[in-house]
Design a protein around this ligand. Structure first.
Ligand SMILES: CC(=O)N[C@H](C=O)[C@@H](O)[C@H](O)[C@H](O)CO
Ligand SMILES: CC(=O)C(=O)O
Length: 304
């Protein structure tokens, strides 16, 4: 299988709401057009950053359908289908396959702490439900489940497994998964704050929650790594991290801050769904500064 279509910068697609807080097709189209114009390699739809955890099954299907309608054939499409029950996950997986997604991905089961056997059973049931390749999602800080290299190796017995999106903080985990999977897997860097480290340690791609706020910067960082320009990559990573820290330092949630940045960059995708907190009046001025900083860096790295 040609895995190169999964290489590069793959922003996590955000939940796009109308003014009443319902999933909006026209606003999904606006985010889709913006990301297409920036030249990203793909999108990851319906994950953490897509606020999937706060959506009904019907809304999740809508979000997957609207993104596919506006991006199918233009870039690689990955559907996140992890849901509390195996049954709902399978329903989403089949829906994503019908919509023409290129791959599925899922977090492990959440809430109850389940043994490895149940987690493996869950991911395997999703894989068996469609013909699509599958990307395991390891994000221990939110799910409470840590994927070990041993369990990863067991899962690799299934040829549908083509990769792992690793969001644990040690870049070492990326290297260990790549070492276990070799050429048949793509490891996706999770933590945007160490994208450059992840790329150097074995990730051929990144899926990130802040990419869509500043796609130009992650595309430039990726190019620096590909060209072996590690000093420039490291400097840009540091500039990116100043922005991420600022996005995470508002009264509102990081996603609310990002959506305000996007509004200033010409893309209105609404607010965030409670219990995520909206930005405060005091955030507004600081977010003006963040958006201006992103625009200035994007300009500076345009010819990178
Ligand atoms: C914990 C979490 O949500 N991680 C995301 C996915 O890996 C990241 O992309 C973060 O959104 C990003 O690194 C900002 O902290
Ligand atoms: C990558 C990420 O942030 C997500 O799962 O949406």
């Amino acid at each position: 299988m040609d895995l190169t279509k999964f290489h590069g910068i793959i922003p996590a697609f955000y939940a796009c709401y109308d003014d009443q807080g319902n999933i909006s097709e026209s606003r999904t189209a606006a985010l889709a057009d913006y990301l297409y114009a920036k030249g990203v390699q793909g999108v990851y739809v319906g994950g953490s950053s897509g606020e999937c955890i706060y959506h009904s099954l019907e809304e999740r299907k809508q979000a997957l359908a609207y993104a596919a309608r506006h991006l199918k054939g233009k870039m690689t499409l990955i559907a996140h289908v992890g849901a509390p029950s195996t049954r709902d996950s399978i329903e989403l997986a089949r829906h994503a396959e019908e919509l023409g997604y290129d791959a599925l991905s899922a977090i492990p089961p959440i809430y109850f702490k389940l043994p490895d056997s149940a987690v493996i059973g869950y991911w395997t049931a999703i894989m068996e439900a469609t013909e699509l390749p599958f990307i395991i999602y390891n994000i221990p800080q939110t799910t409470g489940y840590t994927l070990t290299p041993g369990v990863f190796r067991q899962l690799l017995a299934n040829p549908k497994v083509i990769g792992v999106k690793n969001s644990s903080m040690p870049a070492l985990d990326i290297e260990r998964f790549k070492s276990a999977g070799g050429d048949r897997v793509v490891v996706f860097n999770g933590p945007d704050e160490q994208f450059v480290a992840g790329r150097i340690m074995g990730a051929a791609a990144g899926i990130g929650g802040t990419y869509a706020a500043m796609p130009e910067l992650f595309l430039a960082a990726d190019k620096f790594v590909r060209e072996g320009r590690f000093e420039e990559a490291g400097k840009l990573q540091s500039e990116i991290n100043d922005i991420i820290v600022a996005l995470c330092s508002q009264d509102g949630s990081m996603y609310a801050a990002i959506k305000e940045v996007l509004r200033r960059r010409g893309v209105n995708i609404g607010g965030v769904r409670a219990p995520l907190e909206d930005v405060s009046p005091a955030d507004a001025e600081r977010i003006d500064g963040i958006a201006a900083a992103i625009d200035a860096l994007a300009l500076r790295y345009r010819e990178a």
